[in-house]
Design a protein around this ligand. Structure first.
Ligand code: PBG
Length: 323
């Protein structure tokens, strides 16, 4: 035998020398759930180790993360039912706790990269990402106006990147233009480019209490069966001025990550979503899987598929393990 691939696997030193893919803390974005009550801390039942945190607790959490090299955070609000309405009014009320908290977080940690979510669902009494009419239809163009108000209110707090996760048509261009004419040309857009209608979002909707009150999200989020359609979405996002293209979920859509990586020069982000995290935790709790080993393998596989950036609930734990 001339060729024996095992020679290159004979020691950890050699394996690490020729390793093609690496995950580092600077690749990771940590999603956080913000509670209204400043001292609050409530674990998400389906996501062991992940807490909904009030502002004071979140400031401590961010400080700890920064120390181990996690410097980017995607912050989602947990909105009480009494604040929700059809038009997501609280999403652009500058006095609302989420916007106030963002301002404080940016003030305490100017060097952190703070990402916000642009979609109506946490603030909507319908639990949908867009405006719902009396027949249950999700109104695209009417929603854009609300998303723009939300994005501007978030930009006003000093955050770095907005993340439109709503999947309305034309929203990246609409938001880009509104940000620019309001002097926020420096605020970036991480577009949820290929966001699939996925059952993997279940635990997240538990965390935010944001599940749709009726119907599903299939008229705006993509059909799981489709790959080429992601190219249409990506073309539009590039044209409309996105700074990052995201694929979500990650693990069941590695082919889509690879497709976008091969076809576009923008950084590719992948969202290793709540259900992907929950599955591993559940199996680990039963002693069926080794959580740390799986975490490494999952993150590596998402990177190997072509993601430059990974949003993941493992971020803090990964950083702790390697530091
Ligand atoms: C809402 C939003 C969702 C997630 C991020 N933003 C849920 C949804 O679209 O229903 C899911 C994240 C996760 O599951 O970790 N626009």
């Amino acid at each position: 035998m001339n060729i024996r691939p095992r020679r290159n696997r004979k020691s950890e030193t050699i394996r690490s020398m020729i390793r093609e893919t690496h995950v580092s803390t600077s690749d990771l974005i940590y999603p956080l759930f913000l509670l209204e009550s400043p001292q609050g801390a409530i674990e998400v039942a389906s996501m062991p180790g992940i807490y909904r945190l009030g502002l004071n607790k979140m400031l401590l959490e961010i400080e700890q993360c920064m120390k181990v090299g996690i410097k980017s955070f995607d912050i989602f609000p947990v909105v009480e039912e009494k604040h929700k309405d059809k038009t997501a009014t609280k999403s652009h009320d500058p006095q609302f706790f989420y916007l106030q908290a963002l301002k404080r977080i940016k003030k305490e940690f100017p060097e952190a990269c703070i990402i916000t979510d642009v979609a109506m669902d946490p603030y909507s009494s319908d639990g949908h990402d867009g405006l719902v009419d009396e027949h249950g239809n999700i109104l695209n163009d009417e929603t854009l106006d609300i998303l723009a108000k939300m994005a501007l209110a978030q930009a006003e707090t000093g955050i770095d990147i907005i993340g439109p996760s709503d999947m309305m048509d034309g929203r990246v261009g609409y938001l880009r233009e509104e940000l620019d004419i309001n002097d926020f040309s420096n605020v970036s857009i991480m577009s949820y480019t290929a966001k699939y209608a996925s059952a993997f979002y279940g635990p997240f909707r538990d965390a935010l209490d944001s599940a749709p009150k009726s119907g599903d999200k299939k008229t705006y989020q993509m059909d799981s069966a489709n790959q080429r359609e992601a190219l249409i979405e990506a073309d539009l996002d590039v044209e409309e001025g996105a700074d990052f293209l995201m694929v979500k979920p990650a693990l069941a859509y590695l082919d889509v990550i690879k497709l976008l990586k091969e076809n576009y020069d923008l950084p590719i982000a992948a969202y290793n979503v709540s259900g992907e995290y929950a599955m591993v935790c559940a199996a680990a709790e039963k002693g069926w899987l080794d959580k740390d080993a799986i975490m490494n393998e999952v993150l590596l596989s998402i990177k190997r598929a072509g993601a430059d950036v990974i949003l993941t609930y493992y971020a803090k734990e990964f950083a702790r393990r390697i530091s």
